[in-house]
Design a protein around this ligand. Structure first.
Ligand SMILES: Nc1ncnc2c1ncn2[C@@H]1O[C@H](COP(=O)(O)OP(=O)(O)O)[C@@H](O)[C@H]1O
Ligand SMILES: [Mg+2]
Length: 359
């Protein structure tokens, strides 16, 4: 599973168009692809002929409800291509998330849970750098930034680079940033000048592929299909195919595997031999217990043992059948949610419990 986030806080530069066409081109090549529409405007969904109004579940549920069945969230578009659609309800998530723990890691934790069946996950983002886009950045192995070459501005790019610095400071992540010139015209000085400026930029990887402006892109969007499904796809189809191929080979060079160690550090209980390993950092504690729905919230709890060679770390392995479990740790008598696990549920009594989904 590799995650490519398509970002640029400037609207209209081609994020949705490139996201759809990359996803479709990779799927056609035989990769298993999931396109996640993370823009409440739902343009990527509409571009693939899916209207959020016809769907019960979508991107909102992916982020907000760890227990929602993925089979009901994703829609099969064609062979090798699934879509997580979005609609206007997703804009509520942006506000709700602001008050929730782990608000920046919702997407990555959902993708780690459901995304293993895919080679590529392409995330289309809204034209802003709010929490939805930040979730995409945290999840991303690499970024694709489309730049509209018909306007002479690099403003959007500067903003992305600033946001990437925040990402590095807060999350210790620095995904490589690929830039593609969209609506490129060889004949205009504008386009050529912009490309030259981009090429001189040292913090991005400028792609050689340039996407020409073509009325077929708009026709395809209106028909709710990718360009390659039109009977006359035109030359722009080749641009998209070349983009897919170039990105694929550049990414293969650059991406460093997300290590298991990182997943453990960030994402709580992990499957291991013998069951699920619950592990928590509690250097001040003298006694650490685990309790939850798997032991009927026994207040005595299940004891964790200190891990040899890792001062302050405690763990226990439980054999758990698949299902959803709520749990808490008990540190010297104090009941706490798992600080290393961002999925949680709020009970009828208003208490927050950590949530573990074993699949
Ligand atoms: N290469 C292109 N040729 C023609 N029209 C394009 C091209 N790329 C994007 N467009 C059009 O420009 C508009 C904005 O593109 P879109 O992908 O929705 O941008 P964003 O998602 O960044 O807001 C859409 O109407 C789209 O059809
Ligand atoms: Mg868009």
């Amino acid at each position: 599973m590799k995650v490519l986030a398509v970002v640029n806080q400037k609207g209209g530069c081609g994020k949705t168009t490139l996201a759809i066409h990359l996803a479709a081109a990779w799927a056609k090549e035989g990769f298993r692809v999931l396109l996640v529409d993370l823009d409440p405007q739902g343009h990527a969904s509409l571009g693939l002929g899916v209207s959020a109004e016809d769907r019960d579940l979508g991107a909102y549920d992916l982020l907000q409800d760890p227990a929602a069945p993925f089979a009901d969230i994703a829609v099969r578009i064609e062979r090798n291509l699934d879509l997580v659609p979005s609609g206007i309800i997703l804009s509520a998530a942006e506000q709700e998330l602001a008050r929730q723990p782990g608000r920046e890691s919702r997407l990555i934790s959902a993708l780690l849970r459901h995304g293993e069946a895919y080679d590529w996950i392409v995330v289309d983002t809204p034209p802003s750098v709010g929490l939805l886009t930040f979730n995409a950045l945290v999840a991303a192995d690499a970024l694709l930034v489309p730049v509209d070459s018909s306007t002479f501005t690099l403003h959007g790019l500067g903003k992305i680079l600033e946001t990437l610095e925040v990402l590095e400071e807060e999350m210790d992540r620095r995904p490589p940033c690929f830039v593609a010139a969209n609506q490129f015209s060889r004949r205009t000085l504008f386009s050529r000048e912009l490309y030259r400026k981009l090429a001189a930029h040292d913090r991005i990887h400028l792609l050689e592929t340039k996407i020409r402006a073509s009325v077929r892109v708009k026709m395809a969007a209106a028909a709710g299909v990718p360009v390659l499904r039109l009977t006359k796809a035109g030359l722009v189809k080749l641009d998209f195919e070349q983009l897919a191929e170039e990105l694929w080979s550049r990414l293969a060079e650059l991406i460093i595997e997300r290590t298991e160690e990182v997943a453990e550090r960030l994402f709580g209980p992990q499957p291991c031999e013998g069951g699920i390993r619950f592990s928590v950092e509690a250097s001040e504690a003298r006694e650490v217990y685990l309790t939850g729905s798997f032991n009927n919230w026994n207040p005595g709890g299940i004891p964790l043992e200190p891990v040899a060679g890792q001062p302050g770390r405690w763990e226990v392995v439980l054999a758990l059948p698949s299902g959803n479990y709520e749990y808490r740790y008990i540190l010297d008598g104090r009941w706490v949610t798992d600080p290393e696990q961002h999925d949680s549920v709020v009970t009828e009594m208003g208490l927050e419990n950590s949530l573990l989904v074993v699949s």
